[in-house]
Ligand binder design. Structure first.
Ligand SMILES: Nc1nc2c([nH]c(=O)n2[C@@H]2O[C@H](COP(=O)(O)OP(=O)(O)OP(=O)(O)O)[C@@H](O)[C@H]2O)c(=O)[nH]1
Ligand SMILES: [Mg+2]
Length: 319
């Protein structure tokens, strides 16, 4: 999208208050503002020289009387309204002081991803709401190392609450991978665990998987998002691949490798600074940190702008 010379960019910070039980807060826009009555995330325009985080803290204090104590950068969404070109900086707000109260005649509503009870939502926010349904940890399969211990280990993890799995076994021949995918599907589906099949759109469709996870090479070769699948993600290593994923409207990407990992011995990792550098321009697609990840690194990942972590070896060892 190109900005004409006279179209000025309005930068906005908005906060997604999370209650720790899967709910987030929406606020209605008060009478007298553009899009009055529409539901949004509380926030407002950056003042001259203000950072997005400082604007968020100021706006949430002005509009709802709370003091933000923990906020991590999430997605950046650009959108063209008739009244303005906006660049929205969304933050996840997980801790605050004070009880939210409407200081500008708004209404508040706690909502769950995929089950909104209020409408309409500001048009720029639609794509973002899908991101709120994504978990903070995506688990990749590790059948190549576990062999026949993989399916029992998967059962154990499903019992422990695993709800998202990327089946990725690039070393397996096509037919074996398809057979494994069906066995895995027979376990994940009854457990309510979403299954994303790596690298094979046709197989994902055939078995009725929840989605497909594309390699970066597949990502760069596509000119549209594969149809007929709820969730489409991809592996990325740099900003060119991130841009491709965003323009295809993918639901998430993995970006790595961030830390040293046995999967890429000797290859230099991005490190957290390199990871954050890839995110500075701001993406509307949620980005998971990949490579040497374990739950102990989740907080670090979130602070660097990640949606969460993607883990491969962690958690698969048999008890
Ligand atoms: N706060 C907020 N604004 C959003 C969201 N989504 C979105 O498109 N916007 C747009 O971003 C702009 C934010 O402006 P705002 O009206 O909240 O700004 P503000 O609080 O500083 O208001 P004011 O200038 O009337 O005092 C509006 O054009 C609004 O339509 C959202 O989730 N939250
Ligand atoms: Mg506002």
């Amino acid at each position: 999208m190109s900005h004409t010379a006279h179209a000025k960019l309005t930068r906005v910070a908005a906060g997604i208050l999370l209650d720790g039980q899967g709910q987030f807060m929406l606020a209605s826009r008060p009478a007298g503002k553009v899009y009055a009555g529409y539901w949004e995330f509380p926030g407002g325009k950056l003042e001259e020289g203000e950072t997005p985080l400082a604007a968020l803290e100021r706006e949430l204090h002005e509009e709802m009387g709370i003091t933000v104590s923990m906020a991590t950068p999430w997605l950046v969404q650009r959108f063209v309204y008739p009244h303005a070109h906006v660049e929205l900086h969304f933050f996840r707000v997980t801790a605050w002081q004070g009880e939210p109260h409407p200081k500008e005649g708004q209404q508040f509503a706690w909502q769950r991803p995929g089950a909104l009870s209020v409408s309409p939502i500001l048009p720029a926010n639609g794509p973002l709401l899908r991101g709120l349904a994504l978990p903070q940890q995506l688990v990749l399969s590790n059948a190549s190392e576990l062999g026949c211990a993989f399916l029992p280990a998967l059962k154990r993890r499903l019992d422990d609450g695993l709800r998202w799995l990327i089946l990725r076994e690039p070393q397996l021949p096509v037919a074996e991978f398809a057979a494994l995918a069906k066995q895995v599907q027979a376990l994940t589906r009854p457990a309510g665990c979403k299954l994303l099949v790596h690298g094979d759109v046709a197989l994902a469709r055939e078995i009725g998987a929840d989605g497909v996870h594309l390699s970066s090479r597949q990502l760069l070769a596509l000119d549209h998002r594969p149809s007929g699948l709820d969730w489409v993600g991809a592996s990325t290593h740099n900003t060119a691949e991130l841009a491709a994923a965003e323009s295809l409207g993918l639901d998430y990407v993995l970006l790595g490798h961030v830390c040293e990992t046995a999967s890429h011995p000797g290859a230099p990792p991005l490190g957290w600074d390199g990871f954050a550098a890839c995110l500075t321009s701001g993406w509307s697609v949620p980005v998971y940190a990949l490579g040497g990840m374990h739950p102990g690194l989740l907080a670090t990942a979130l602070q660097h702008g990640a949606q969460g972590i993607a883990t491969l070896r962690d958690g698969w060892a048999l008890a």
